[in-house]
Ligand binder design. Structure first.
Ligand code: XUL
Length: 518
């Protein structure tokens, strides 16, 4: 058996996979807001931060880890049978530890809780997480120090980004220099929890490490120039960079004594949630592009080479199975689709194939710039929904088609740098259930769209990574845990190929004419 954890923004989950059965045997979860109300972090973070600051209490994650293991053990799982554990963490979040950490984590007393023993090891009481946007100034300083944003992107895989760990570390160093000086170790959420499990400080993997603006993507190690631009003495404070598949240790005695793990149970490096999801969705080999339709939409795909987005919007992380992966976020996702639905008094059936059939594919060569709200890909301030090519206002039906075509044309345009031929699209998230939405995506990309129903793909991916680290076959696991929903594939309509090839140019032109692009 192998165990995969997922420490996400709102909960900590675990999924247990049977290596012989090749299936999920158990899964449990602890929701921070509901089950640890004493932290007062209803959605997993401390509310009311000023100037875009969003932090969480790392002790809450530790209490959740104890609880998740309690639930597994009390649910009858024989944890002694677990041969390897790995995990996934919300990306970018960082935990700051003093010099006591190494000693305390190596000698945890099973009679006490994790948080009770590790609280005194924090050199910063709270952990900035990925929702934090408070480091604009530090991003500019880091970019300036190494020669501009394009250079930060060339080195690290992303331009300097507010939520990324490097700018967050720099802000801490500037605001609290004494506490920074007392910090002996800075961990990511992923490597922090892996360290607790292993009973010693372990490395940061290349998947999650790439989300820090500190790792040189091509070299797969900390980048001297970025380290220097970020904070003094930073190299000594960071753990080493390790392969995502590396066995970083065996579970510590706390977990053996308290939960019954075997002493030989291996801890495989944890990674970020997006890298783990890539594995959990069966897209770890180049050729599949995952589009997740949620509040925001995201597109991610495995990439063989360390190419970066020439426009600086997308990110490149390490692929836990080797090579690289892209992650591109589109802020205007379901919220924008819902805004159209509400504004025009429509129902989701109007977005279905029948509803879309009221208008011709390509809206007669007219496009909608689909930014109801400010967008990050491309980085533009919203001007509301802009219909380009209409004499008057688009009708409700035209707007439905327009926003969907606009969103997928925008995704296609801004994922044109991945350097890998798309074989098929794996779609997930609430809106992917809608056949009309899937059809527009298939037509715009000219590729088959397959629907994935993978709840908890990050924990699943982490567990699969643990199994692969033990020598299991990745393809066999992918086939077992992440097969697309049968009978729900959507094929691109060949008759529309020329229309969309033309519309892509119209869209790019409209973008350029209406917005000042960076
Ligand atoms: C990715 C990002 C989020 C977090 C939390 O860059 O910020 O997806 O990983 O899920």
């Amino acid at each position: 058996m192998v165990l995969g954890f997922d420490s996400s923004t709102q909960s900590l989950s675990a999924v247990l996979l049977g290596r012989e059965e090749r299936r999920v045997l158990a899964s449990v979860s602890v929701n921070f807001g509901e089950e640890l109300p004493e932290y007062g972090q209803e959605s997993g973070f401390i509310s009311g931060g000023s100037d875009g600051e969003v932090h969480s209490d790392p002790m809450m994650w530790l209490d959740a880890l104890d609880r998740v293991l309690d639930k597994l053990r009390d649910g009858g799982v024989d944890l002694a049978q677990v041969e390897a554990v790995s995990g996934s963490g919300q990306q970018h979040g960082s935990v700051y530890l003093n010099e006591r950490f190494e000693e305390v984590v190596g000698d945890l007393d099973e009679g006490d809780s994790l948080s009770g023993q590790l609280r005194g090891c924090l050199s910063r009481a709270t952990a900035p997480i990925w929702m934090d946007t408070s480091t604009g100034e530090e991003c500019a300083e880091i970019a300036e120090a190494v020669g501009g944003d394009a250079e930060v992107c060339r080195r690290s895989g992303s331009v300097a980004i507010e939520r990324f760990t490097g700018p967050q570390i720099r802000k801490f160093f500037k605001r609290e220099p004494e506490a920074y000086a007392e910090t002996a170790r800075i961990h990511l959420v992923s490597s922090f929890l892996a360290s607790v499990l292993a009973g010693k400080s372990v490395g940061i993997d290349r998947g999650d490490g790439a989300g820090m603006n500190l790792m040189n993507l091509a070299e797969g190690d900390w980048d001297e120039g970025l380290l220097e631009a970020t904070g003094p003495g930073l190299r000594e404070k960071l753990p080493e960079v390790v392969d995502s598949g590396e066995v970083v240790g065996e579970v510590g005695s706390y977990f053996v004594g308290k939960y019954g793990f075997s002493r030989s149970c291996r801890v495989v490096a944890w990674s970020g949630d997006n890298p783990c999801s890539l594995v959990g969705m069966g897209a770890a080999r180049p050729g599949k592009v995952v589009i997740s339709l949620g509040t925001s939409d995201t597109l991610f795909a495995a990439m063989p080479e360390a190419v970066t987005d020439p426009r600086g919007y997308g990110h490149v992380f390490g692929n836990p199975m080797g090579g690289f992966m892209s992650l591109i976020c589109f802020r205007n996702g379901s919220l924008a689709r819902e805004a159209v639905k509400e504004r025009y008094g429509l129902g989701w059936e109007d977005f279905e194939v029948d509803g879309l059939a009221r208008t011709p594919a390509g809206n007669g060569g007219r496009v909608v710039l689909p930014f109801v709200d400010d967008e990050i890909t491309p980085r533009v301030a919203s001007k509301g929904l802009v219909g380009v090519g209409w004499e008057g206002e688009p009708t409700a039906n035209e707007m439905v088609r327009g926003i969907l075509e606009g969103q997928f044309l925008n995704m296609k345009r801004h994922s044109d740098w991945l350097g890998v031929e798309t074989e098929e699209i794996l779609m997930t998230g609430g809106a992917s259930e809608n056949d009309g939405i899937a059809q527009v995506a298939a037509d715009v990309f000219g590729k088959r769209v397959r629907r994935l129903e993978v709840a908890g793909s990050a924990a699943l991916g982490a567990a699969v990574r643990a199994a692969v680290a033990l020598g299991d076959d990745l393809e066999a696991w992918e086939a077992a845990v992440s097969s697309p929903a049968a009978g729900r594939d959507v094929e691109p309509r060949r008759e529309n190929a020329a229309i969309y090839a033309e519309l892509e140019k119209t869209f790019a032109e409209a973008l350029k004419n209406h917005f000042k692009l960076t």
